[in-house]
Design a protein around this ligand. Structure first.
Ligand code: FES
Length: 158
């Protein structure tokens, strides 16, 4: 069987192919531009400076608050965070999250009773973050910390 394609059909096929290629060349960069930020949900993870280590008093949990901006596609979210710095002897330091491990309310240091207290359901934590009383299932979270050039840094993800 001998099948022959007419000149008209051949031209039509070539024009369709050329049109498709030109359409793709024009459209793909635009589609990539629009879609790529949404495909990249960013979770920032970095060392965050809490300032001069020497400024933190020894043995007295000190609050440090800061904001971070997180990008999720086209959306930017600004989040406020507070940590407590507990400086010990020498370079010893522990940095606690103030997020209650029960249901994530904000705990704060109460020097009068030497506890971090969460106002939501009255969880109490000791100075080292351990649970003293209340519904908290585990101690306060701690951040990895280091001192560089006199500055206190924590490994922060959020
Ligand atoms: S959220 Fe802190 S005690 Fe419930």
């Amino acid at each position: 069987m001998n099948q022959q394609i007419s000149r008209r059909d051949f031209t039509k096929a070539i024009m369709t192919l050329a049109g498709s290629i030109m359409g793709a060349v024009v459209a793909l960069p635009g589609i990539a531009y629009l879609v790529s930020p949404g495909a990249k949900a960013q979770k920032s993870e970095s060392w965050k400076s809490l300032g001069a280590f020497a400024n933190y008093p020894v043995g007295d949990p000190t609050a440090f608050s800061f904001t971070t901006t997180r990008g999720n596609g086209w959306e930017k979210t600004v989040k406020s965070s507070t940590v407590y710095v507990l400086r010990g002897a020498g370079d010893d330091v522990r940095v606690f999250s103030n997020i209650c491990t029960h249901l994530s309310c904000n705990a704060s240091w109460h020097k009068d009773v030497n506890h971090y207290i969460c106002p939501c359901h009255d969880a109490h934590y000791a100075i080292d973050g351990a649970v003293v009383s209340g519904p908290a299932p585990r101690p306060l979270d701690q951040y990895e910390a280091k001192i560089e050039s006199g500055n206190l840094l924590i490994h922060f993800s959020g």
